[in-house]
Ligand binder design. Sequence first.
Ligand code: HEM
Length: 131
Amino acid sequence: SKQDLASALMDAAVDAIIVINDKGIIQQFSESARALFGYAAEEVIGHNVSMLMPYPDARHHDRYIENYKNSGVGKIIGIGRDVKGQRKDGQTFPMHLSVGESEFADQHLFVGICHDLSNYKNALDKLAAAE
Ligand code: HEM
């Protein structure tokens, strides 16, 4: 949906932007998220963000969010981490994940920014092989 400024900003971003609620349910999915993960927004909005990652994180991601809500201690929020994403076709790929928090209309939201590391990792592998 391109009706508002927030969507226009999200869709202009180079990195994939995904907004979830505090149950892990996807609320927004940017154009670059579509390109990176291979899903259209309509296929993921309303579904759990765990569909975008491989096992074992997919199995445990609800608990990760619960742990954060109970403890207030973020393992990725404010830190970032290199993790593996999973595309619609099942292929996994390396990405850097940053997560931020936001309150909107009485909703506790998390904003994830996914930076694709595939090209970077491929270049590193080629360098290592050339040595
Ligand atoms: C926590 C994996 C995507 C929101 C975590 C943790 C891992 C993880 C490993 C921390 C577990 C721990 O050490 O306790 C992944 C993977 C993703 C992904 C592999 C690949 C797609 C996302 C996205 C969002 C998100 C897109 C937000 C839109 C959160 C939140 C937490 C969390 C809110 C709990 C707070 C924290 O620990 O900082 N995730 N995640 N995750 N993730 Fe994800």
